[in-house]
Design a protein around this ligand. Structure first.
Ligand SMILES: Nc1ncnc2c1ncn2[C@@H]1O[C@H](COP(=O)(O)OP(=O)(O)OP(=O)(O)O)[C@@H](O)[C@H]1O
Ligand SMILES: [Mg+2]
Length: 298
């Protein structure tokens, strides 16, 4: 059996994703609790490709995945998945669209009281009427693909962080989605597991035509994996292109991010009030008795 046959649900390498327009992000604006996260983000993510989303921590990468999967909707602008505006869909139609999406969340989010096997089987039981024997075979092939076929009886609490990531990936691909969204799939993985997951994502893309959007902090892994890289800074697309195009990108912020330098236009700190003012602010002044009270007591 080839890799692709082993990890697809018997579709034998034929692309099953609808051929189409991919994902269009049109002038996306999104705020949380009055704080602007995305401000006019604009991008076309092609169908059938691997797209890596990178950017500083807190820049809105996970938020962007949540918008692309219809978990939240933009304040302004549109998210079009295969030409369908997610915000305009009924709950039922959105559910249908999301049925073709796989998600690997940043926190693996496994059901803590279900075994590894049952976690992976969950979506199959929820969305299909497949007989138990087939469910078992599909789950075993997915677990085998991530190297955890032997861990089916363990509970999530008995897994290491890296094992939990791999179970979450097996769960994300169990329905052979057309589009797979992975939020930090390499976090906590040792180099061997990392290589296995990289290869798995490539096989899913090349053999099954699966579109993959992967958020990664690891610039080298992302560039090794993706056809296109997106760098989000300040709620906008700072750069988008092939790894080579990004290497030669003129923007200082893009180069700062790619080289991991502390100095540059991209701030490291979460927005805060003035440091000095906060340090010597009201509480400290009170603690050291400054300024001395001029009021006369008793
Ligand atoms: N539910 C929420 N309530 C309040 N603020 C939120 C919420 N979700 C996200 N944010 C804020 O939105 C911003 C973007 O968060 P997001 O999780 O998308 O960042 P990220 O780019 O994925 O970061 P990281 O690389 O650390 O995972 C952050 O400043 C975060 O504090
Ligand atoms: Mg995130």
């Amino acid at each position: 059996m080839t890799d692709s046959e082993a990890i697809s649900n018997g579709r034998h390498g034929r692309p099953h994703a609808p051929r189409g327009a991919g994902i269009e992000l049109v002038d996306l604006h999104y705020s949380v609790k009055g704080r602007k996260i995305l401000s006019g983000l604009q991008l076309s993510i092609p169908h059938g490709k691997i797209t890596a989303v990178m950017g500083p921590s807190g820049t809105g990468k996970t938020t962007l995945l949540r918008l692309m999967t219809g978990q939240v909707h933009p304040d302004r602008g549109r998210v079009l998945v295969e030409n369908q505006n997610l915000a305009g869909l009924s709950a039922r139609d959105l559910y249908r669209v999301r049925r073709h999406m796989g998600f690997l969340f940043q926190q693996s989010a496994l059901f803590s009281d279900l075994t590894v096997f049952e976690n992976v089987a969950f979506a199959l039981r929820e969305h299909t009427d497949l007989p138990e024997a087939l469910v078992r075979i599909i789950v075993l092939t997915k677990l085998h693909a991530v190297g955890l076929r032997g861990a089916g009886d363990l509970l999530p609490g008995e897994l290491s962080g890296g094992m939990a990531r791999r179970v979450a990936l097996a769960r994300a691909i169990v329905l052979d989605p057309s589009i797979l969204f992975c939020d930090e799939p390499f976090v906590g993985l040792d180099p061997i597991s990392c290589g296995v997951v990289l290869r798995l994502l490539k096989v899913l893309n090349e053999a099954l035509g699966m579109s993959i959007v992967v958020v990664s902090h690891d610039v080298h892994e992302a560039q090794a994996l993706a056809h296109n890289n997106l760098i989000v800074i300040d709620g906008r697309v700072a750069a988008y292109g092939t790894p080579r195009e990004l290497r030669d990108h003129p923007a200082a912020g893009v180069q700062q991010f790619l080289h991991g330098s502390a100095d540059g236009p991209v701030p490291y700190h979460y927005p805060a009030t003035d440091y000095y003012q906060q340090l010597v602010g009201r509480d400290i002044r009170l603690a050291i008795g400054f300024p001395r009270s001029t009021s006369k007591r008793g």
